[in-house]
Design a protein around this ligand. Structure first.
Ligand code: COA
Ligand code: AMP
Length: 633
């Protein structure tokens, strides 16, 4: 390890309280914390327990207090609609404080939950910050999820208000949110009090007063509202993420730790200063969007770009370069799949040569493993460091990365670099012993986790403890498998649960199986993620029919695909369900998903000794060949 980085990293591990107390000096507190870490009730740790602050104050007001009110806070660029706008910190605060007043007028109080189901428009950012301003807990739901997923989040969070827009735009299709929201509201057992809907110009929809009100109307009668004082351990937001079942897990974020950690990352990991322009090409519905479109850059006081478009097709594979060049973006953060999409459309980088990217200094990739080919292609084209870093919704910021603001380290292709200060990462082998360098095992992080990570799950302390903190006592189980090499570089190779990663989106195969099982002809099924050149992984479904079903297989497959789209959403990218005779199982009845995946990906596999009937494996292989699924990556 290099000296400077090593020294800082070691300080964070040897004395986390000193380390984070110092980082906490860089944020605004109504009351500065004196108790840095409460370790009395593991695994429930509390950072900055007696601190009092406000997320929105740290995102907006503090910069105005410091004389930067006229600096650009947010750049909105929507190649999909042709709209662009910019907001200074003062302008953004004015909108946010008014919308905070609007939320209050609709009965939202500190601690109430507010669901935000919106496209990538400034009003979505305004809604998030307005919640923070008055101490409401937002729960943003990604626009590509269907009503069913939205309903489960309404029920679990018991939201008081839902904020949406009349529509979103995907290439070639308008996403009409109102019918999706209506269906979710109808389906949810918990009833929300109010719906606030932003009418996108030219796409207005009918609202039913008094329960439904437009965003503009709500704003019109609202007064600007100040930040409320929040205890550090109250919650900023809930973000639901895929668990191993269809019931999503509500990751919660406490307020003080979130501000301290995220602000620290902007300089130390990303080397971003206050005058820089930063762009995270993700979606506010994901953790990357929460942390790096909205919160971290605004805590830092730099300029953040909100992009409503895709890496390709809006209108072409040059749009990323256009944005970087037009706004003098210093660093971009996106998922490898976005670069794979650009590489596929424009392998020689013809679009790239049209733009001046002299301000561009680094590209950060996360959300899935960055394949060395894509990294090398991007490095060759961009001539800047391309950094793969690893993190999760649970942590909200990188567990491992090249900390470019501390010291640039060398790249090892395929590795997500070293543990970031705050994270004591270890590899544990199946026999529970600690792995030696290069030995594979479960990737775990020694407790306590640093600030900004998840202190628990929403209303589910027990699930938090059992799911994450029990298998390896004293450690957080990441559910990723990998190894650490002799230089301390971390190699994340796969998930150890049934989560798959489709275009950087985290999906549960268990949740898809639950949907397929509801089809009246389906007796049993298995869903697995197979390798895909563009999206990393794609889910495929193998279904076994109930005896006596004589319906056409193609019809059943089509119905299954539609059910997943309707119940989980288009984001699942579930396009293939094939009917097979039987599933390979162990003698105890466990479906051998891992073995099927290896067959599909044309990887070597051993015939599991516990298999019920090895002949089924060949049957499956023939089925996959017949449906042209074999080795599609
Ligand atoms: N609202 C509604 N629908 C959405 C949506 C949203 N916000 N985002 C995606 N969808 C839909 C898409 O329209 C598509 O629907 P379709 O089946 O009708 O075509 C489906 O969900 C799958 O979308 P996506 O995974 O985006 O695939 P794509 O083929 O449209 O685009 C990429 C492929 C690689 C260009 C795209 O996945 C991408 O830009 N990825 C970037 C990764 C990213 O932002 N990850 C977030 C974590 S960092
Ligand atoms: P999410 O919670 O949606 O951010 O997904 C987190 C999961 O994505 C991790 O547990 C990993 O499985 C995967 N992941 C994220 N970043 C990386 C990376 N850089 N390398 C490998 N896997 C990654």
């Amino acid at each position: 390890m290099s000296d400077k980085f090593h020294k800082i990293y070691q300080q964070s591990i040897d004395n986390p309280e000193n380390f984070w107390a110092e980082a906490a000096n860089d944020v605004f507190w109504f009351k500065k914390p004196t108790k840095i870490l409460n370790k009395s009730n593991p695994p429930f740790y509390k950072w900055f327990e007696d601190g009092v602050t406000n997320t929105c104050y740290n995102a907006l007001d503090i910069h105005i207090d410091n004389g930067h009110g006229d600096k650009t806070a947010l750049i909105y660029d929507s190649p999909i609609t042709g709209n662009k706008s910019q907001f200074t910190f003062k302008e953004l605060r004015q909108k946010v404080s008014k919308f905070a007043g609007a939320l209050k007028n609709q009965g939202v109080q500190k601690g109430d939950r507010v669901i935000i189901y919106m496209p990538m428009i400034p009003e979505a950012v305004v809604a998030m910050l307005a919640c923070a301003r008055i101490g409401a807990i937002h729960s943003v739901v990604f626009g590509g999820f269907a009503s069913n997923e939205l309903a489960s989040r309404i029920d679990d969070s018991k939201a008081k208000v839902l904020i949406t827009a009349s529509c979103g735009f995907e290439p070639g299709r308008t996403v009409e949110y109102k019918p999706l929201v209506d269906a979710a509201i109808l389906q949810a057992k918990h009833k929300i009090d109010k719906l606030i809907l932003f009418q996108r110009p030219g796409h207005e929809v009918k609202l039913n007063a008094p329960k439904e009100i437009s965003f503009d109307e709500a704003m019109a009668n609202a007064a600007e509202t100040d930040c409320v004082e929040m205890n550090s351990n109250e919650y900023a937001y809930i973000l639901y993420t895929s668990g191993t079942t269809g019931t999503p897990k509500g990751i919660v974020r406490d307020i003080g730790g979130h501000i301290v950690a995220l602000k620290w990352t902007m300089k130390n990991i990303y080397n971003i200063d206050i005058d820089d322009v930063w762009w995270s090409a993700s979606d506010i519905g994901w953790i990357v969007g929460h942390s790096y479109i909205v919160y971290a850059p605004l805590f830092k006081g730099c300029t953040t770009v909100l992009f409503e478009g895709k890496p390709v097709g809006t209108p072409d594979a040059g749009v990323f370069w256009k944005i970087i060049s037009e706004y003098k973006v210093k660093s971009l953060f996106t998922a490898p799949t976005a670069f794979r999409a650009i590489k596929k459309e424009d392998p020689e980088g013809k679009f790239f040569s049209k733009y001046d990217l002299s301000n561009f200094k680094s590209l950060f990739l996360a959300g899935e493993r960055a394949d060395p080919d894509t990294i090398k292609w991007a490095e060759n084209l961009l001539k800047v460091p391309v950094i793969d870093h690893w993190w999760q919704t649970e942590t909200s910021w990188a567990i491992s990365s090249n900390c470019t603001g501390i010291e640039m380290m060398k790249t090892k292709y395929g590795s997500a670099c070293k543990a970031v200060p705050g994270y004591d990462v270890k590899i544990i082998k199946p026999d529970q012993s600690l792995a030696k360098p290069n030995e594979m095992g479960d990737v775990v992080v020694k407790l306590p986790l640093p600030p900004g990570t998840f202190p628990t799950l929403w209303n589910a302390d027990q699930r938090y403890k059992e799911n994450y903190m029990t298998n390896y006592e004293g450690y957080y189980q990441t559910y990723d498998a990998g190894h650490i090499d002799e230089d301390g570089y971390i190699w994340i190779m796969s998930r150890t649960d049934d989560i798959i990663n489709v275009a950087g989106h985290r999906l549960s195969t268990g949740a898809i199986e639950e949907v397929l099982s509801e089809h009246q002809s389906v007796a049993e099924c298995a869903v697995l993620g197979i390798a895909d050149k563009l999206k990393g992984q794609l889910p495929i479904g193998l279904i076994v029919l109930k005896s006596g079903v004589d319906k056409d297989h193609a019809t059943i497959s089509k119905e299954c695909v539609q059910m997943v789209r309707d119940k989980i959403g288009p984001v699942a990218a579930f396009k293939v369900a094939i009917v097979i005779k039987r599933l390979p199982k162990t003698r105890s009845g466990k479906i051998l998903r891992g073995t099927i995946r290896k067959i599909a990906d044309n990887e070597k596999f051993n015939i599991p000794p516990t298999i019920d009937d090895p002949a089924i494996l060949n049957e499956i292989k023939q089925d996959l060949i017949k449906h042209q699924i074999l080795n599609n990556g």
